[in-house]
Design a protein around this ligand. Sequence first.
Ligand SMILES: Nc1ncnc2c1ncn2[C@@H]1O[C@H](COP(=O)(O)OP(=O)(O)OP(=O)(O)O)[C@@H](O)[C@H]1O
Length: 362
Amino acid sequence: MTTLHEHSERSDDRHDRLSEPVISVRDLWKVFGARAAEVPSSPELCALSRRELLEQTGCTTAVREIDFDVAEGEVFVVMGLSGSGKSTLVRCLTRLIEPTSGSISFEGDDLLAAGDKQLRELRRNKFSMVFQHFGLLPHRRVIDNVAFGLEVNGVGKAQRATRAQEVIELVGLGGNETSYPHQLSGGMQQRVGLARALAGDPDVLFFDEPFSALDPLIRRDMQSEVIRLHREMGKTMVFITHDLSEALKLGDRILIMRDGQAAQVGTGDELIGAPADDYIRDFVRDVPKSDVLTLRWIMRAPREDDALDGPELGPDVVVSEATRRVLEADRPAKVVQDGRLLGIVGDDEILAIVAGPEGDPA
Ligand SMILES: Nc1ncnc2c1ncn2[C@@H]1O[C@H](COP(=O)(O)OP(=O)(O)OP(=O)(O)O)[C@@H](O)[C@H]1O
């Protein structure tokens, strides 16, 4: 499994970004089938299993009672197994699929009330998508693929060439402007996809399993690239994946879906440190906890015989990064925030996570 250090570097500024949500989803349902509209408000139909519902009504509930907010500048990951409803949910957020019921607001406006014209505007100026299969135009050079959205939006030739060149450099594709997609590797093609998505300076980037088709090493490069771009540009991102390590690496918060429902929404350390149920516990079982859990999760109250002059560390420092300092010190580390002692962490707390038995931290 990949190490998750990038995630930990990112977590420090996570708490600084509380603001009005960019996207706000409440009680969202998407049911497929002729009788779809009946399902959300019918206690009898809601009580049926997926299979029973399908047999009795011909309907499939892909998204069920989902609530979440995405904050400005947040990377919000939607993850789950195949068929759990990830794509349907995210397509509802851009109205590529019409939800059956519930509400979605985008930048404070009711997205479900938007007419065709408004939707076109939103898709042109506010949303961008990056897909698994790149969606590049084969007969256009890299620069023309990147500039395509700008061209559609009526941006003049000189201006779109300048902007396309800018984003091409940004994603590390400088020198490949005149290549055709088939002349590029999968990773480079996906960089073109990224550049194209960034060209119009959207408010939100939606990623639908963008790296699933790439080799593992290229995939890691691309994940790091997304983290770097996010650091540089601070864009709000909604990212679908079925890969937990990818979710933990990229996500400020992660929504884990199961059979259309939200099994848990939380930060990586919340999912690992406080799994909502056995399903999540099982899901996160193989994650190296020391790479995700922070000192906040393992600290304990000081005892009378504890020396309180050990090294000071913040509560959001990841265990794997604190390990050496704690083990090298001859007294426990103090977990301190804003000058306040929150708890202490000694060798035992560290070793229970780094070397300890499989299972949840105490
Ligand atoms: N157009 C449709 N008509 C009927 N059922 C659908 C339709 N689209 C999706 N579904 C069903 O809704 C459920 C959720 O599908 P969805 O594609 O959103 O899941 P997913 O988590 O994105 O899966 P994957 O990772 O395989 O893409 C599945 O049971 C799927 O069969």
